[in-house]
Design a protein around this ligand. Sequence first.
Ligand code: HAM
Length: 438
Amino acid sequence: MRFQALRGTTDILPEQVRRWSHVEHTARRLARLYGYQELRTPLIEETALFLRSVGETTDIVQKEMFRFEDRGGHDIVLRPEGTASVVRAYLEHHLDKTQGFAKLFYLGPMFRAERPQAGRFRQFHQYGVEAIGSASPWVDVEVILLCVRILEACGITGASVWLSSLGCRNDQARSAEALRKRLLPARSALCKECQDRLEKNVFRVLDCKQPGCRERGWAGGSPFLLCDACTAHLEEVKQGLAAAKIAFDDTKVFARGLDYYTRTVFEVRSAGLGAQDAVAAGGRYDHLVEELGGPSVGAVGFAAGIERILLASGQDRQPAQPAQKRHGVYLAIAKPALIAEGFRLLEQLRERQVDAAMAYDGRSLKAQLREADKAGVRFVAILGEEELTQRAMTLKDLEQGSQRTVPLDAFVEGVAKLLVSDTAAGVRHQGCGIRHQP
Ligand code: HAM
């Protein structure tokens, strides 16, 4: 019987991991540059956290959570997003008191039981940023700027930033009332769920997946009415972005699939993604910290899907890997009886930070040399009876196409020196480098 990965989940194979690491490294580097610190939260959380934050009537909560009861009868979910967990951790560890304004980022898997398609998975990975503790529009600008910079650094070109405002809670109450009034005459034309949504959470009509509902919701333009303060906030965000030379489109109206947003919302769209064209999205959530039991402080953040970054930047279609400098050592042994001696040398090489490998299954020397070449190693060291008797190793340099004999006692030291001087000469090794960068 052969098993397969579950629908909507994928294995990330070693050659793809290189591209993933590049995105993760870029995201971490830029986050630090902007003063954000990494936070890691558990993959499982209490269900109530998301009912409270994302919203009971959202698709995420109603249809997409992997929800189960654990053996102790606790209602648990695999986290569908990161913002709620970050705010929970912020409060649980009193960062509101010790740090006040906290700038945090995270990288990791999220889970939503959606119908899988290109760019949409059930286990996907988000890079997210949350700035908690400020209501300043300049933080919105910083967060959007960081988002754009990361996508640019990952090679995404031609993406557009859609920027809008959902207004404060008062505005949202007014907007909901107006939208309800507008939709009520067409009630019977809405799907069953949207008829319910009219009373419970009318904004959800705006992102209904049934044909007709969404369109009716948007007919007549944006339903979001903004008070003067919210208009001024949006204006400041626009001015900040313009000053930073970040292009944005404020003519598009869109809904977010999570209920915690107030004021600024944005999505970064990339044409290359087809139907799933949001590569990153976020916004302000000025009431969430208080709703989860904390002080009344403003907050803003975004999350980008790593799979979508790779899709939108075309990195998933690029050749398997960039040409790499040959690196490391492969120890080939002439006969299986020499495994123990070979293994001892192998470990000594690794202690000297040299990438080292050998075959353990008694293959022919020829097969071992072929394997070494395929693996892209720099040196092959051959250990045979003769070498042991003469206490000297044959060292083949696959890059230079040369060969030399090295005294067995000086072998480990000698190889390490050769590779280190190579590194010092400015050779940068990708992947598993000979000398790992700290
Ligand atoms: P979201 O719009 O639900 O927002 O997701 C953000 C990003 O995650 C999307 O733009 C997309 O790139 C990726 N994504 C979402 N669902 C999937 C999926 N099923 N498969 C692949 N990628 C997916 C949030 O999650 C908010 N927590 C963002 C935020 C942070 N708002 C404020 N702070």
